[in-house]
Each structure stands twice: as C-alpha cells, then as structure tokens.
Design a protein around this ligand. Structure first.
Ligand code: PAF
Length: 287
C-alpha cells in the first residue's frame, strides 16, 4: 500500500497540480475538515472512480466556526486520516495550517480580508440562522481551495444540504469551471447520519439520536400515503423526536433554491437540526 503524501503549503500543491495539468489528468477534490469517516470514504471512492488524481484537503477552517462553537475541540487526527486515504488510494492530502490559508491573523476576526458572502436568501435560514457567518466562512474557504487546487470535480455530501446548495449557487453565479458532484448521505448501520461530531456522543445520546432518521423516514411514509402538506408531515413526524432532543429547526425547502416548500414534491428538502447534551446534529431527507 502506498502511503499518501501530505503537502502543507500552497506553493507545494500548486507545483504538483501544474504537472498533473500538463499531463491532462482529471483532478478530483474532496474538501474535508478531517476526522474522516465512512461518509468521507464514500466521497473519496466516488472521486477515485471518476478522476485520475484524487486530492483530499484537510483543514479545520477557523472562519466557519462561530464564537462558542467546537473549533478548539474539533477532532484532529491527521495520521489516522492518512491511513484511510492511503487505503483508498488518495494521491495527495493537502493539509495547510491556518497561517498558510490566512497569513494575516486579522482575517480570523474578519476584518482585513475578502469574504465570500452567499446570498442572504440562501444563508439566512436553517443552519445559517443558528450559525451566523458560518456560510461566509465555508464559501470563502471552499473558493480558496478551488483556486489553489483548480479541480475538475469536487465532491460534497448531501448531509450538509444547505452547504451543498450554497456551493452550487456560488459556482453558477461566479462561473467557476468545475463540476460539483453531490453524493448521498451515508448512515451508520442503525441509521444515524455519519458525522465527525458523532464522536462527541455518549452511548445513550447516540441511541436517542436514532429517532432523527426515524422521523425523516416517517415523512417519506406520510408522503407515500398521500399527505402533500409539508407542515403537516413535519408536525406529525416531530412527535417521533425524543423529548431529550432540542429541535433547532425541522423545516421544508426546495433543494435548489432554498425557498420554503409548502407542498411536498420532487426535490423538497426536509432538514432537521437538534441538540443533544450540547452536541449539534443535522440530517435531512430529499424527496
Ligand atoms: O463540510 C465540511 O467539512 C466543510 O464545511 C468544508 C466544505 C470542508 C469547508 O471547510
């Protein structure tokens, strides 16, 4: 098994990219914050099928965390991540540190830096309502990664549905020449959506969190039995959420425009965020 090379600087990765481009190789990027799990593995496997070169970026992006969030304790495990990447045949890990990505310390408090701001109508809802500025941070770092790596394709999971819609919108609005490949949610055997934050859950919380997927499946069941009102389906399915879970939102939107959905139809996104013992979990269902 070849050990995946880790590059830490923009200069180093740009040199590699130049040689790949000279050979006309198709480059796939899987942007991550590390702590890789089977959800990331599925993105990498898809990229391996479709690209000549697969690059995984690992960067815990400080500017997408809000005050009081888990930036400091976010799991960092580069060697374990490298093993996973090596096993899957990833060509390069790009793992810059914060100084490399934001050389000016001031950027981290948001002043002397160009910030990419997705439209308010896309970010002032769902997670964006609870994590002010989060999607500015995401869009900014993702655009930086796209400019550094210039991939032909980039792979994102549907679990972060709002993030995926916002990135697709950014690509379209500013004419970035790459394809966003949107990949299904990967679940643990009992149905919990894979997330690096699942590591924070106690056995008891993890067990209680299983009701999230059950309530989403219930939406689908209701729709299949003829219910077309999104709010009715949500109200009925909310009843399946364990009272120890604090619901931040459980709402329906169009998966492309993020406009609120009244009627359930193809492409309706049902998105839920809950807190359990201080751990925030999100999940969704797209009809
Ligand atoms: O989904 C994530 O892990 C992050 O938001 C991303 C896209 C890597 C940007 O930091």
């Amino acid at each position: 098994m070849l050990i995946t090379e880790i590059l830490y600087t923009i200069t180093q990765i740009r040199q590699k990219i130049k040689s790949f481009k000279e050979k006309k190789l198709v480059i796939g990027l899987v942007p991550t914050m590390g702590a890789l799990h089977i959800g990331h593995e599925s993105l990498i496997k898809r990229a391996k099928q479709e690209c000549d070169i697969v690059i995984v970026s690992i960067f815990v992006n400080p500017i997408q965390f809000c005050l009081g969030e888990d930036f400091e304790k976010y799991p960092r495990q580069i060697e374990a991540d490298r093993q996973i990447c090596s096993k899957l045949g990833v060509d390069i890990i790009f793992a810059p540190n914060a100084d490399e990505m934001y050389p000016d310390e001031a950027t981290r408090i948001d002043e002397n830096f160009t910030i990419v701001a997705p439209p308010a109508s896309y970010q002032n809802k769902l997670c964006g309502n609870f994590r002010k500025g989060h999607f500015n941070g995401v869009a900014t770092v993702v655009l930086k990664l796209f400019n550094i790596i210039t991939p032909d394709k980039a792979y994102f999971g549907r679990k972060d549905a709002q993030q995926l819609v916002i990135i697709k919108k950014m690509i379209k609005d500013i004419d970035l020449p790459l394809e966003i490949v949107d990949c299904p949610i990967i679940r643990e055997p009992e149905g919990l959506a894979c997330s690096s934050r699942n590591k924070y859950l106690s056995a008891e919380s993890r067990n209680k969190a299983l009701c999230i997927f059950k309530s989403l499946k219930n939406i689908e069941k209701l729709y299949n039995t003829g219910i077309t009102s999104a709010s009715e389906a949500i109200e009925l399915s909310k009843k399946l959420i364990d009272p120890d879970l604090e619901i931040e939102y459980f709402e329906a939107f169009d998966f492309e425009t993020l406009k609120r959905a009244e009627k359930i139809q193809k492409n309706t996104l049902f998105a839920i965020a809950v807190k359990i013992n201080g751990v925030r979990l999100i999940d969704n269902l797209i009809i």
